[in-house]
Each structure stands twice: as structure tokens, then as C-alpha cells.
Design a protein around this ligand. Structure first.
Ligand code: CO
Length: 197
């Protein structure tokens, strides 16, 4: 019931008020996060919680399987605001092992409805790396595809006119790929995935 959310909110806000009476007043004046996070919409991968960051410390965009479509107005608007509005210089693309969107892209047929359009770039990646991935029903192949999808998203973010222009203007924007393990609760940096000017 939504009332449950109100009750939990009052409990949380009450605790924060008790610990730091100025907290909300201070936070309401300024949004100054260091990170822009692009992650999966999966309920088990909440950016603030898994990074241990407080409200105000990370600007967040999430979608199914953290796919970056070059013409996604929602993501591009958030990216533009993050870099040119908030002055954020660290962009994180985070995928996670066991991602339902990636799993769906590994299955035969196109039986998942509208989301098939959304995850089409992941199917394309799987085809392009068919030899390297092998049997797509194996967990190892799906883990690898999760990582490939993060790398592809990092590159697509880096190739946007927004990031290219920031680099042309000498801004030190960096885009990093990360992957989260649902089983362990650990975040990992993806080796050689970072893009900088
Ligand atoms: Co996912």
C-alpha cells in the first residue's frame, strides 16, 4: 500500500532530522553531485545504495539493461544536464551480472514484446561476438555479454556530440564502465573500458 511508503518516509526523515537538523535545509539549496550514473532499472541495483552514496551525491539515469541508444532524448537530456548544467566530470555506466534484459537478448525468438526493440543492440552485440561468446545459454557467455554491453554503452556515451564537445572545450570528462555482482554485492571497474579526452 502507498501508505506504507509514507510511513517509512516519515521514519527515515525523522531519523535524519534527529541526527542532522540542518541536513534537508542544506541539501535543498544545492545539487552538486560528482557522478552521473547510467545503470539498469533492475530493483536490485539502486545506485545510491550499492555505492554507499548519500542523496545529492549521484545524478541517476536508469533503463532496462543500461542500454545507450544514440537518439534517446531522455538519456541525452540527462547527460547534457549532468555535464553542462551540473558540471559533472565522472560518468559511470554500470551493468550487472544476471541482467534480465541481457538474458532476454540471449533467448531464441523475440517473445518479450516491446522491450525487444529496446534490447536490439544487445542482440546485435551477441551476433557480432558469436565466436567469442559461444553457447549463449551458459552463464559465462551471458556474463561476458553483460560486460560487452557496458563497453558498448560507454563508447556510445563517449561518442555523443555532448561528450565530444566537452572534450573539444578541454573539459576533463571521463566515462567509466562498471559491473555489479548481484551475488556478491560488489562493484567492479571494467578493465580498459574508460574513455577520456
Ligand atoms: Co538488468
Amino acid at each position: 500500500m502507498p501508505e506504507e511508503l509514507i510511513r517509512r518516509n516519515r521514519e527515515w526523515a525523522g531519523k535524519v532530522h534527529d541526527d542532522a537538523p540542518e541536513y534537508f535545509e542544506e541539501l535543498s539549496k544545492l545539487q552538486q553531485p560528482d557522478y552521473f550514473w547510467i545503470g539498469c532499472a533492475d530493483a536490485r541495483v539502486p545506485a545510491n545504495v550499492i555505492t554507499g552514496l548519500q542523496p545529492g551525491e549521484v545524478f541517476v539515469h536508469r533503463n532496462v539493461a543500461n542500454v545507450v541508444h544514440s537518439s534517446d532524448l531522455n538519456l541525452l537530456s540527462a547527460l547534457d544536464f549532468a555535464i553542462n548544467g551540473l558540471g559533472i566530470r565522472k560518468v559511470i555506466v554500470c551493468g550487472h551480472y544476471g541482467c534480465g534484459g541481457v538474458n532476454a537478448a540471449c533467448e531464441h525468438g523475440h517473445g518479450h514484446g516491446l522491450v525487444e526493440h529496446w534490447i536490439e543492440p544487445i542482440r546485435a552485440l551477441a551476433r557480432a561476438h558469436q565466436k567469442d561468446l559461444g553457447d549463449l545459454s551458459s552463464e559465462a557467455a551471458r556474463d561476458k555479454l553483460v560486460e560487452l554491453n557496458v563497453r558498448a554503452s560507454v563508447n556510445r556515451i563517449a561518442d555523443t556530440p555532448i561528450v565530444q564537445e566537452a572534450w573539444e572545450n578541454g573539459e576533463s570528462v571521463a566515462v567509466h564502465g562498471m559491473v555489479y555482482s548481484l551475488r556478491e554485492g560488489y562493484l567492479y571497474l571494467l578493465e580498459n573500458s574508460s574513455r577520456t579526452a
